[in-house]
Design a protein around this ligand. Sequence first.
Ligand code: HEC
Length: 206
Amino acid sequence: MYRSVQSRRPYRAAVLTFALAASACVLFAPPMAGAQSKTTAKKSTVKTSKSSTKAATKPATTSATKPTTTAATTTTAAANAQQPDGKQVYSTTCAACHQVTGEGVPGVYPPLAGSEWVNGDEAKVVRIVLHGLTGPVEVAGETFNSMMPPWGATLKDADIAAVLTYVRSTWGNKGAPITSTKVAAIRAATTSRTMPWTSAELATVK
Ligand code: HEC
């Protein structure tokens, strides 16, 4: 046992030396590759010169084109660390039907862009997202008659506030932001609601 440990030591040292030598080779590869003859080092020269070009150009372009954007994004991300991203919620939860453009699909999914429901009373639009909507509804001069599923079980108050705030301030919409406190209050006031709303019912909601 003792012997074998002893005899391993030089082996370890050799491995270490080799590793160091190998990393030194990697570090000094570009100049060495250039010094080597073309036939033996063709492949490695191509590889190293490619990666060194990348390394040389990438930081230059990134820092030249995007310094302010990166800084701004970082600050926003830090500030919104706890806040859900309304645009993100929209693209995962709503865009499948209402489309990324907010234009909906004529005759099938009503538009959110330019919709009086979106820009109007928050008591109504929050209810629509919480419990869904069914039956005939007029949106921007066109009548739809379909069903929107409820999102109250899937989305938290903060998600609903964020997605509605996003929808109300995008595509030319001019609705005021909606807070998660407001969503929580409406959720609490409608706990007995199990069915999707109809536009006729919502007309009476204040
Ligand atoms: C499965 C498809 C579908 C999804 C997903 C969906 N909706 Fe709807 N939405 C509809 C349909 C259909 C109507 C119209 C219902 C009717 O005819 O009564 C509607 C109506 C609405 C309305 C009222 C009418 C209008 O166009 O302004 C709003 C506001 C709304 N949806 C917002 C949202 C938001 C916000 C989300 C994501 C959280 C969402 N919807 C997700 C299908 C969907």
